[in-house]
Design a protein around this ligand. Sequence first.
Ligand SMILES: *Cc1c(COP(=O)(O)O)cnc(C)c1O
Length: 389
Amino acid sequence: MQKLPNLTAAEAIPDAAMAEVERILQTGDLFRYSSDQSPVTLLEAEFAQALGSKFALAVSSCSAALFLSLKALQLPRDAKVLIPAFTFAAVPSAVIHADCIPILCECGSDYRIDLADFEKKIPECSAVIISHMRGHTSNMDAIMELCDNAGIPVIEDAAHSLGTTWTGRNIGTIGKIGCFSFQSYKLLNAGEGGIMITDDEDLIAQAIIMSGAYEHNWQKHPVLHSAFAKWQNQLPLYNLRLNTLSAALIRPQLDAMPDRVKLGRRNHDHVAAHLANCAWIAVPSALQPEKRAPDSIQFNLLNMTDAQVDGFVEQAATLGLKVQVFGRSTDNARAFWNWNFLRSNPDQPKTRAMLNRACDVRLPTRLSLDECDVVAETILDAIDTTMKA
Ligand SMILES: *Cc1c(COP(=O)(O)O)cnc(C)c1O
């Protein structure tokens, strides 16, 4: 069998970005508000246009974007915010940071929100964050209907879902606010960074001020300015701005986005088809209205004991492949029972069962189909060895 490709190395930053970084370093102009046409402002305009939303605000991380979204919604202290039990620890953390209380909602074996549990918990909550984990989109039609009927705002945590569409609409534009990450493991890589999008003038005005547009720096945002007068000097400044260099790294990658989305989906579907014949594996399929943009693959191990699951992970590692079973790796930040910083953390048995069998393998968009074959064959080989033992 051919050698396994490197699944963890990042892709090179485009030459255009390097040239722009060099130019900026020559000027020393690293602060977004020191010029009117900062790369950060340009990135916001380009990102909003690419996604089809009115406003964008670039910040230091997706976590910062989630935090500012909750603050801009003016939720009272101790308001309950419904979040999926399958999400990254940064999500309940953002809720706590905003002085709110995270309420966990069960997720199913397809990694998506369990709608029955969601509907049950909605009445006690004042806002909702939907994490489209690893790009798996929860049923946004059902979620929006339930939340609209209850008059509850939806924030989409689309950190890892950039490029995914739902009935042709970009993920992140369906709720009131969409938040994305530019951390290195996401589709657009600046090392760190995030961005929020919304069509709501009042929310973006507040978020801009709180992100650190002190005094009249908000005038450098090409956003309708009437909303700012109301909020001038009324909001704390959390200083979560994006560095100019980070925006310079992202902008040329925006052009590469459609290709990355296509290649990621091709690679994912190729490996998924390869794994489909294995009796010990189930790969949840996309929902009908969803067009995914994956850079990894998730699959569930069926009819295996804990020991067999752990044996499979070990065997894959021996063959050089890192497989993460969310619930079986120590201190995993996506296992809700590790969130000991929560005041109350009741068990979510459905999500727990899923996390103990859900495997995660990186599948970078740069892989060739031959390299994808090696990944799939290594997974099947490790299963085979484990289940024969
Ligand atoms: C990466 C990620 C985050 C956090 O993004 P940061 O930019 O690192 O703060 C939040 N939610 C999900 C689903 C993620 O994948």
